[in-house]
Design a binder for this molecule. Sequence first.
Ligand code: SF4
Ligand code: MG
Length: 330
Amino acid sequence: REVVKDFPVRANVGGRKKGVVHAVHSVSLELRSGETLGVVGESGCGKSTLARLVTRLLPLTSGTVEFEGRDITKLSRRGLRPIRREMQLIFQDPYASLNPRRRVGDIVAEPLRVHRLADGAAARRRVQELFEVVRLDPSHVDRYPHEFSGGQRQRIGIARALALQPKLVVADEPVSALDVSIQAQVLGLMADLQQEFGLTYLFIAHDLAVVYHVSDRIAVMYLGDLVELGPADPLYQAPLHPYTEALLSAAPELDDGTGAARPRIVLTGDVPNPIDRPSGCSFHTRCPHAQDRCRVEQPELREIEPGRFAACHFPRPAPTPRPQAQAVAD
Ligand code: SF4
Ligand code: MG
């Protein structure tokens, strides 16, 4: 996929305020125009919080967010209004995010009214257009959410997100609540819409298989930190960070037909409490490769290979080609 190399979003967020613990400890990333950046990690790793910090739905305690070269960190609600149009969210649960007592056409039209872009017949026409865009029957705009299937409801959520013609769409677990067969349809639709409207996606999920299939680049989070960032294919083929390696080994459905089953890495120990972060590398309590240095020195995210970043003192080596079968002596 051709990716235009400008950066509509640069985010550098994290930190903690006195007495308040934030799910995001330290994350710095840039989104390229037209790309899908997948963010993956276990629940509680801070990925949803990251999405809300980037879109300024949550206040930052430290750091900055730039949108199209403009620092939006300190903008007031009012100052943010025009920016909000450019950044829209799609949520995990299409059941919970649609008001059951409102007609779906009104739900999709709401952002148009809030931003005073269209009302009455014009809004209705626009909603019907949006229904066609997400492949729903435009004659169904007067129905209620319960009259639609889960996949259709997520299409309604997508139509609502597209109503304002955003540049960035943040999708927080957009298919996690859907049946596997429906997931593929919704992901296919999102890919088509990205092409058609030049959208940039920040795509958040706990399911690495889903993230791998949709993303140009992947960001892996652990305990509020970015631990690996890089293009999807090399990250999947040869992860640099032991945590990424463990996540991949726990996803057998990712078997890509090469027949080389990944050794399964079982992480011992619970995810530590972010209030009581381990010293040094926050992954050291569960890392199979931890050494003394890991317990005392926090690794910075650094470029290990061109375009590939990891926060680890001992990043995994590139896999050596499998040796030829050798005749057994004796
Ligand atoms: Fe494991 Fe050490 Fe790397 Fe942390 S820095 S991921 S503990 S090897
Ligand atoms: Mg979440």
